[in-house]
Design a protein around this ligand. Structure first.
Ligand code: AHG
Ligand code: MN
Ligand code: MN
Length: 332
């Protein structure tokens, strides 16, 4: 076996980059173990009776699936007592998660979406897990929500796992993006791609077209130009894909380029967008930028937004740089 395992990779990084502390290395390993457990649970599907609704709603008024709750619990169990985090927050919990009694306070804060694309789970389509790791404010022992509200530029690590035909972990520590494939026999994530890059140009876009009548003019104009194809301003034909699991859609873009949009729409004026800044948009934007792509709300760079709430929503336009810049330019 020549390619390094995740743990060998992290130990090696520790020797070369001061950003990786032993605690950060341990935390990433804890997350990877949780994701292996999540993958196993998801894989059992109906055999384990884990599909379907839980009969409850999360803080955002979305119906929870049984697996939203199970995967959240797996992630909490794997990371809350490990001595690496000082606090946790998730899509599935209204407030930040207090560490269990007696747990050692670590140096990091972590936010996560334990099961992304959960509407796809019952139809056996790819889903994922997303996580974002921040420093705990120095000297702070009594962690509050405000401590989590750091701009995306402050992330020390972000990653996602996609549970698809194979299980992949994609990771950035601020020095490029690397990809690991789960060897199911060994039970180890093995490094299979380094320095993932998103091509600057693309002929593929991803957007939920059913929301078209609710979009703002700049996005409408952009998509109409893409649809008009070769004989109009763009001079080429575009293809469209929409998995409806952000992890799977973003992974496709990391693999072969593309532009992903969940833009602002007026469907529900009280919501600034659908995707959540802290555990969807920020970690994905960090990864995309580290792979040479771009990520904006259409108006501002996502990573520079000063967060105001744990579950804050933002419009998201990310992927191949030239396309993101073009549609962002239409907003000004
Ligand atoms: P989650 O399952 O964590 O709530 O996230 C679902 C998100 C995201 O993964 C995806 O891009 C988007 O919702 C799909 O939304 P539509 O169903 O509106 O297309
Ligand atoms: Mn999600
Ligand atoms: Mn989710």
């Amino acid at each position: 076996m020549s390619a390094p395992t995740l743990s060998q990779y992290l130990l090696n990084k520790q020797c070369h980059h001061s950003v990786i502390t032993p605690q950060l290395e341990q935390l990433i390993m804890q997350v990877s173990i949780a994701c292996k457990a999540i993958g196993i649970t998801i894989g059992k599907g109906a055999l384990a009776g884990v599909l379907g609704h839980a009969g409850s709603e999360n803080i955002q008024g979305e119906e929870q699936k049984k697996l939203d709750i199970i995967t959240n619990d797996i992630m909490l169990a794997a990371t809350s007592k490990g001595g690496c985090v000082a606090g946790l927050a998730s899509e599935e919990m209204e407030d930040i998660y207090p560490l269990p009694e007696g747990a050692r306070l670590g140096d990091y804060l972590m936010l996560f979406d334990p099961l992304d694309g959960s509407s796809n789970i019952d139809v056996n389509v790819s889903v994922g897990t997303i996580f974002s790791i921040l420093h705990k404010p120095e000297g702070k022992t009594d962690i509050t929500t405000e401590d989590f509200l750091q701009a995306g530029t402050k992330q020390v690590c972000a990653g996602y796992v996609v549970y698809g035909p194979s299980t992949l972990l994609v990771l950035t520590l601020g020095h490029g993006v690397d990809c690991f494939t789960l060897d199911r026999e060994l039970g180890e994530f093995i490094l299979t791609e380094t320095g993932m890059t998103i091509p600057e140009d693309t002929k593929e876009f991803a957007i939920n077209m059913s929301n078209m009548r609710f979009w703002e003019q700049p996005v409408l104009r952009y998509v109409e130009e893409l649809l008009a194809g070769k004989t109009h301003v763009r001079g080429k034909d575009f293809n469209m894909r929409w998995v409806a699991s952000m992890v799977a859609d973003v992974h496709r873009i990391l693999t072969r380029g593309g532009v992903f949009m969940y833009p602002y729409d007026v469907k529900d004026a009280s919501k600034a967008g659908k995707l959540r800044l802290m555990y969807e948009a920020n970690p994905m934007s960090f990864i995309v930028e580290q792979a040479g792509g771009a990520s904006t709300t259409g108006r501002v760079r996502i990573l520079e937004i000063q967060p105001t709430g744990l579950h804050q929503r933002v419009p998201v336009i990310l992927g191949s740089k030239n396309e993101v810049e073009l549609v962002t330019g239409y907003h000004s």
